[in-house]
Design a protein around this ligand. Structure first.
Ligand code: NOJ
Length: 584
């Protein structure tokens, strides 16, 4: 086996200076409020992340991506930003950020932060100024204000819905107390959309990107990267006409939607790219863009953000044919764009994959919101939208054991793919979605705006269990901000540490091996003669086999270096993945 070009052979400083570090990085997403609470106030914080750097180092990830930690009223879990160049006092200070960044870098871990450019919060000083200023003022022009329709402007400017439910327009009261204009918010009403045609907005975000880059941030995750450019010229189409006009089989494919995935958005990213390339190594960026796959390469291009999330696996059932197609297609798309592919099963917006795979096929929507449907105009792939997460759906359909077994198999497959692996905090513990959150304790605006029809995304955001005891299972000294279920104790870090076969040890082993085995970005499918079994090979003799079927399968010759579950008489059982290294 050739290991000459593997990451394991690079020194720490070489790895940190490598301009291509992101291409095959394992990136661990931290949802800061729910990771580790150092000061015991019930909310995770930046000092908590610093305290857990040894954990992250031992896990073996190359980078962390932090969901927003900026000042925020938490109307949307921090994606409602009051100030882009500061830390939420509930989470710490800029000095805490610097301390955390230094500790992560010292441990060889890169830092990616979330940038939320489509909208600010309604507490941002610019929005407050817009409300206090008259119609037509420069302050209003930073956001998207329109007069209403109807005799007295009492009707919204268009009939469009927001992603979280309810109208996309909110009416304001003018400074003189009269009912006034309407502003656009694709998400919650506390998240007014910026007007990206205004040069001040463009300048300000360049300033923000520079601010964090200068503080040592290595890359950015761009929230709703496909939402900023808008064409709101009159007459604005009715929502039904829009769907009929621009809808491909799988989403909007011609850039004609008034606010999703318009071509002009790439002018913004071309400017950002120039800024990123001023740094050494260049700053990286990954687009959160729920767009048709044929349009993803634009976001991922080296002249643009450089990489884009592909949520295809995340929207698929645990199914060999579908996995193979998705992997094949995305490797082609990645080559076309010059980027590497991204792979992800779980994040802070979707039902954890250990739950999804424990449901009858087609029984779950991947998302706790209707965002996937709204964004692409279509239902998530492979799912009939029956909506296991709809309030009142029968929870007993969940097979916990099967879900975890498949999640482990899927994750081991994902970690063997060429490209970047995005992991979400808690998946390394095998956590599943928490459904036992009382309505009174829910936080997600999608729950409230949907009037409880969809239960929202809180279930994947519950604070991590670090120990089996304590007021919040070791998360902190106080009660956690979202309630943790009793079963969390069995998944605690300290229970799994050092235990052969635990999910945590599986991730640690796989991530360590990945560093040693990974060379270039090639993948070759190996015919198995069984449509339920996928086998691919990477250069250097690294073979990955996943059994999606029911019968145990004979593994190829070589040494099994890790498997997601025990083998059966040397064979690969159902719902299991193994990595085999061909003997030299
Ligand atoms: C995508 C983020 O991942 C999600 O959590 C958020 O609610 C929306 N963008 C709005 O910012």
């Amino acid at each position: 086996m050739s290991t000459s070009a593997t990451k394991a052979n690079l020194s720490l400083s070489e790895r940190m200076a490598d301009p291509k570090w992101w291409r095959q990085a394992a990136v661990y997403q931290i949802y800061p409020r729910s990771f580790y609470d150092e000061n015991g106030d019930g909310l995770g914080d930046l000092k908590g992340i610093t305290a857990k750097v040894p954990y992250l180092k031992e896990l073996g990830v190359d980078a962390v991506w932090l969901s927003p930690f900026y000042p925020s009223a938490l109307a949307d879990g921090g994606y409602d930003v009051d100030d882009y160049r500061d830390v939420d006092p509930k989470l710490g200070t800029l000095a805490d950020f610097d301390e955390m960044a230094a500790a992560l870098h010292e441990a060889g871990i890169k830092i990616v932060v979330d940038i939320v450019p489509n909208h600010s919060s309604d507490r941002h000083e610019w929005f407050k100024e817009a409300l206090a200023s008259p119609k037509g003022s420069a302050a209003r022009d930073r956001y998207i204000f329109r007069d209403g329709k109807g005799e007295n402007g009492e009707l919204p400017p268009s009939d469009w819905d927001s992603v979280f439910g309810g109208p996309i327009w909110e009416r304001i009261t003018e400074p003189d107390g009269t009912p006034g204009q309407w502003y656009m918010h694709i998400f919650a009403k506390e998240q007014p959309d910026f007007n990206w045609e205004n040069p001040e907005i463009r300048e300000d975000f360049l300033k923000t990107l520079r601010f964090w880059s200068d503080r040592g941030v290595d890359g950015f995750r761009i929230d709703v990267a496909h939402g900023m450019a808008k064409d709101l010229s009159e007459p604005m189409p009715m929502k039904d006409d829009l769907l009929a006009r621009a809808h491909g089989t799988d989403g909007f494919i011609d850039g004609s939607h008034p606010f999703w995935d318009r071509d002009e958005v790439h002018e913004v990213y071309a400017e950002w790219r120039k800024l990123f390339n001023e740094y050494n190594p260049p700053r990286t960026a990954v687009a959160e863009a729920w767009v048709h796959e044929s349009r993803r390469a634009r976001y991922a291009s080296p002249e643009g953000l450089g990489q884009a999330f592909n949520f295809d696996l995340l929207q698929s059932d645990f199914d060999a044919e579908s996995f193979k197609q998705i992997i094949t297609d995305n490797l082609v798309h990645a080559k076309e764009s010059g980027a590497s592919s991204t792979w992800v099963f779980s994040n802070h917006d979707v039902v954890r994959h250990a739950t999804r795979y424990g449901l009858p096929k087609g029984g779950s929507v991947a998302q706790g919101t209707n965002a996937a449907q709204d964004v692409t105009g279509s239902k998530p792939k492979g799912q009939d939208g029956k909506g296991w997460l709809l309030a009142g759906a029968p929870q007993e359909e969940l097979d916990v054991e099967l879900g975890l077994r498949r999640a482990r198999a899927a994750s081991l497959l994902l970690l063997a793919l060429p490209g970047s692996a995005y992991l979400y905090q808690g998946e390394e513990l095998g956590l599943r979605e928490v459904t036992e959150i009382p309505d009174s304790e829910r936080q997600d605006p999608s729950f409230f705006r949907n009037k409880g029809v969809e239960i929202g995304r809180d279930g994947c955001r519950v604070p991590l269990p670090w120990t089996p005891e304590g007021p919040s299972f070791g998360f902190g000294a106080g009660k956690a901000h979202l309630p943790q279920p009793e079963w969390f104790k069995d998944y605690a870090v300290s229970i799994q540490e050092g235990v052969e076969g635990s999910t945590l040890e599986l991730y640690r082993k796989a991530l360590g091996l990945r560093r040693q085995l990974q060379t270039d970005e090639e993948l070759e499918w190996v015919e198995t003669g069984n449509p339920e079994v996928l086998h691919f090979s990477r250069p250097g003799g690294w073979e990955t086999v996943t059994n999606f079927g029911t019968e145990a399968f004979e593994l190829p010759a070589g040494t099994v270096v890790v498997s997601s579950g025990p083998l059966e008489d040397g064979k690969l059982p159902a719902d299991t993945t193994a990595w085999v290294v061909r003997d030299a």
